[in-house]
Design a protein around this ligand. Sequence first.
Ligand code: GTP
Ligand code: MG
Length: 316
Amino acid sequence: MAKEKKILEIEDLPGIGEVSAAKLKAAGIDSLDKIATMPYAELAETAGITPDAAKKAVQAAQESTTINYETGSAVFERRMTIDKVSTGSADLNEMIGGGVEAGAITEAYGKFASGKTQLGFQLCVNAQRPKSEGGMDGSVLFIDTEATFRPERIKEIAKAAGMDPEKVLDSIYYVRAQNTDQQILTIERADKLIEEKGIKLIVVDSMMALFRAEFVGRGALGERQGKLNMHIHKLQSLAEKHNLAVYLTNQVMDNPGILFGDPTTPIGGNIMAHAATTRLYMRKSKEEKRIVRLIDSPSMPEGECVIKITRDGIKG
Ligand code: GTP
Ligand code: MG
């Protein structure tokens, strides 16, 4: 009987051939540790293999790596000191557990004019407030993929918050990304800026617009998801390493496959779905009102609340 091969590299995993290994590496997944902690569906999508094969590969990766244990109390201690940025709405803050959390990714998706960008502007202002006032005492990196950044709106919101509008704008580092390579590179190279400028919030508005425009058709989907996965992993690791908050906006498509309920689905597939720690679905209501639904959160129950988009920012 042939001796079982020792698993040392990702190519040694069952079901991962040369082609899938290349796809994974292109997506920045280059170690057994990374595969051991991947959701099955995400691995299947990135490597272009069946969910069943993905499950076997993840399990084999887990068996071949060592596990670092930490006590529950240690994790609790750490979580108690996590910074949170206020959204401007007490109800929304409460629904998501106190505000937009550092060390994690928060995603807001919804149709046009649902308020995703406006919430991003409010967070840009609030992140600069002192910690005792619902802020993070930090600056902001804003990646704009749709040319909808409006400094004049931010000035209005800052003024209403009793802050110096010029100073607030001076602490926002803005990049207009024209293609996915530029979007990805901005994040790949962000470490230095984060450290030098004390960035505590990264906004990507919108996360998927350029990916959606560049990778058209079924054939391009695998490549798109691989690139997206790498980009998201980098954002997640920046969030954890620098203890900063990441706020992403996302677009939606109508999903005719859903017969009952709201057929609106965020784009980006499983990779986007797993990326965000907290997922918010925003909907237009009457006049300035917007309904925000908490879709996914590790510690808070699903819920809904109403916010208002006003001249002075997010309220309610
Ligand atoms: P897309 O990027 O197109 O997908 O939409 P979005 O979800 O980012 O929408 P956005 O956050 O840009 O919200 C736009 C809405 O905010 C519109 O309904 C505007 O009327 C409203 N809005 C923008 N500025 C103001 C303002 O100064 N006062 C009030 N009351 N509403 C505003
Ligand atoms: Mg927008």
